[in-house]
Design a protein around this ligand. Sequence first.
Ligand code: ADP
Ligand code: ZN
Length: 433
Amino acid sequence: MQQTYWNPTMETMPREQLRVLQDERLRAIVRRVYESVPFYRHKMQERGLTPTDIHGVCDLELLPFTEKQDLRDHYPFGLFAVPQTEIVRIHASSGTTGKPSVAGYTSGDVDRWSEMMARAMYCGSINKQDIVQVAYGYGLFTGGLGAHYGAERVGASVIPMSGGNTARQLMLMEDFGATALCCTPSYALNLADALERGGISLDRIKLKTGIFGAEPWTEEMRLKIEEKLHIDALNIYGLSEVMGPGVAIECMAKNGMHIWEDHFLAETIDENDKSQPYGERGDLTFTTLTKSGMPLLRYRTHDLCNLTDEPCPCGRTHVRMSRVMGRTDDMLIIRGVNVFPSQIEHALLQVQGIEPHYHIVVDRQGSLDTIEVQVELATSMMSDTVRDLEALEKKIQISLASHALISASVKLCQPGSLGRSEGKAVRVTDKRK
Ligand code: ADP
Ligand code: ZN
């Protein structure tokens, strides 16, 4: 596989050597948080730990976890490890319930983030020849600015569109000749459909690569988007507490996202709070090794995935994380069965005749949970008879039962009738809440 690396030394560093670097960086970060963040000092003291007890990655399990709630309890700046005068940027996650979680960046942090996003761009063969349309939201959300700085770092021409305004996105995509698109996968699909509806043929569009993330999506969705836009669609992962987009990114092998391990130590944690061997699914947990503004020890993302250190054909040595099935908070419990919206997406996309636009409505009748899956028909199905549509509904129900283990009612909707996302898609309406 032909690959160019942004930072060959780091990206292809032999794992033993990477471990030595991680050991050194972990010792330093533990000392720093102990000295400068009262929250961590107390947590370590409670465990009878001092920084000298941590010799390296082998001692990681001695360290305390950090939860999103800890960030909220120390809202807004209580976990910052530097004086406010050193902070040059503040981001925050949406915080649907209560206060958002806040992250502060020093100029060094912004620089490292840009560097990691530059590596991500190179993973997608995006370089200074490219014109990058950033359609992630700009603002407190990290998506827009994260992608922006990375694309600029590789010398690409950046179009800072932000999210929404779909007609204008398409006009500029065509007129400026954008070759790469950064946005959520659901918005990419939305843009692809709008192109089709607007009768803009793909030969007027120069897109080659999409860097899509910030929400769970499936392999089937990747294939749909790639087919509709004739591009390579790569998965990118991140979260504002840990940095923002670019914590991990797929290479062209499309077989999992490389986590930049010179900056982040990743673990997956099981239900008993134990760190698991690679290959086992668990709660993805990060220790930041180089963050200066807000270093975190063992931050529980509650994103479920597994890790692998199997060699990758691209030559990068950093471990890869699988697709995220969803956040544990997004898991639906329907009559005792646990299901993630991404499993429903997977089940739907096994069936021909529907489009990957769907919405899930959960309710309760008496003491029984009900789930309705609304999905759009493909335009080609619109002329079908009632009997054909009933048969299609049945097929979808069977797929949902076998792939997502739920018995759901299915509502087939007119093409274009379900709400479209401009950022992170809202897949579920839970009327039980
Ligand atoms: P918010 O908490 O407001 O959603 P963030 O942008 O920090 O703000 O969200 C980070 C979360 O988004 C991650 O913890 C994860 O659940 C989800 N996420 C980000 N990238 C991906 C991805 N590629 N696949 C699945 N989920 C993702
Ligand atoms: Zn790779």
